[in-house]
Design a protein around this ligand. Structure first.
Ligand SMILES: [Zn+2]
Length: 413
């Protein structure tokens, strides 16, 4: 029995029928609907020559033992955001299942290397605000203490919600044992953005996930009466902030894939009859290169100081959050490009703005690459999220080719 990409599309629809309402997918991690989706997935394993279990962080592992213990990992996540789409995460898990079935059948249950499918728990962080939960436990980058006291919108603590699903947060560090013998990790995911559609490319090689620098920037000027204060003597904090809001476009524009966003701006006292004495802005900068990120941060800081001076104001910065960029493995990027070219004719290369489980796996030192398939209209985390069935089937075929090439790479290493 060979690869059957149409079966993947059928199963995605089956899962949607089981776990979506008219508002979209409801597979929020640590809820009953999510548990239903996991039970449904388990039913798909009947008859396959595999061992399966949950690790200490609630990630599901399905193992097809090979002649070598060195393992090719294939995975993604079944959980969704509330009112989410039918493909985010679930495509990657079900495509991995189809590839595992094909390999099990082709090698009569004993492939040359071990194949392991993983369904990571709580990629989205939709209920407790902690994304990449299961994969960070696997990678050993999770800090249990910071997370256990998180609560959902009903005040339920994270550790209690996980316990109800049979997961003890204290045991999270044990999930790292699943790293044993891991030789490579592959993940197929929808793009969730408009780039592939704009280039009219069905599939893309993901070069890595962008790093993020996120800062709060406050300009201090002088509150003053809007009628009594001549223009020349004003110290208008909003004027300085506004100059920066425009300047970040050219700061990002010096680098091909960089983005900079001032997403929030508050003015004080914020009334119609006063010059703004204080303006509080947030800045979010992203790029795949740590050097570019550092450069953009310096440029924005220098610009803010220049504009503060021009407006007779002062400026202060404080970091809200940051994460370093993750570059995927060059050998696997090459094989992913070949697999796409052989399936679809041409391969586009792009970085991922959103984070993915693959970033955590890569941080654990396991060679990793992701493949993206086009998202119609670039929309995701929404019930209208969609990809054409032709593209879904093509993605499963290209991902299967990538798995073959990666198995050969693991054997040759
Ligand atoms: Zn996802």
């Amino acid at each position: 029995m060979g690869l059957d990409p149409k079966r993947t599309v059928r199963e995605l629809k089956e899962l949607r029928a089981l776990t979506a309402t008219e508002d979209g997918a409801q597979r929020v991690a640590w809820t009953d609907v999510w548990l239903t989706s996991r039970t449904w997935f388990e039913s798909k394993l009947h008859g396959l020559p595999v061992e399966h279990h949950f690790d200490a962080a609630g990630n599901r592992w399905v193992t097809l033992q090979g002649a070598s213990d060195r393992a090719l990992l294939l995975g993604s996540h079944l959980d969704s955001v509330p009112n989410g789409g039918w493909l985010d995460g679930s495509l990657g898990v079900l495509a991995a299942l189809e590839v595992l079935r094909r390999i099990a059948s082709e090698y009569k249950g004993r492939p040359p290397v071990t194949i392991r499918l993983v369904d990571f728990a709580d990629e989205e962080g939709a209920r407790f605000g902690r994304s990449l939960l299961g994969s960070s436990a696997f990678a050993g980058t999770h800090s249990v203490e910071a997370d256990r006291v998180r609560t959902d919108k009903d005040g339920i603590r994270m550790d209690a919600a996980l316990r109800r699903c049979g997961v003890e947060m204290d045991e999270f560090p044990e999930a790292r044992i699943e790293q044993k013998n891991a030789a490579a990790y592959l993940e197929l995911h929808i793009e969730q953005g408009p780039v592939l559609e704009n280039f009219m490319m069905p599939l893309g090689v993901v070069l890595g996930t962008k790093g993020v620098e996120r800062h709060a920037i406050t300009f201090h000027g002088q509150e003053a009466h809007s009628g009594a204060t001549p223009m020349k003597v004003r110290r208008d904090a909003l004027a300085a902030a506004a100059k920066l809001a425009l300047e970040i476009r050219s700061i990002a524009g010096r680098h091909p894939d960089a983005v900079c966003t001032i997403g929030s701006l508050k003015t004080f006292p914020g009334i119609v009859t006063a010059v703004v004495g204080r303006a509080e802005a947030t800045l979010d900068q992203r790029d795949l290169s740590a050097t570019v990120l550092a450069q953009m941060y310096r440029d924005a800081r220098d610009a803010s100081e220049r504009f503060a001076k021009e407006e007779k104001c002062t400026v202060e910065w404080s970091r809200i959050w940051n994460i370093e960029p993750i570059q995927f493995h060059p050998e696997l990027i090459k094989r992913c490009r070949e697999a796409i070219a052989e399936t679809a004719g041409a391969a586009h290369q792009l970085p991922s703005g959103p984070l993915h489980d693959a970033a955590e796996v890569s941080r654990a030192g396991i060679p990793t690459v992701m493949m993206f398939v086009q998202s119609i209209g670039g929309i995701s985390h929404n019930k209208i999220e969609d990809t054409s069935e032709d593209h879904l089937e093509m993605a499963v075929r290209a991902f299967d080719r990538l798995a073959n090439k990666t198995m050969a790479w693991i054997q040759s290493a």
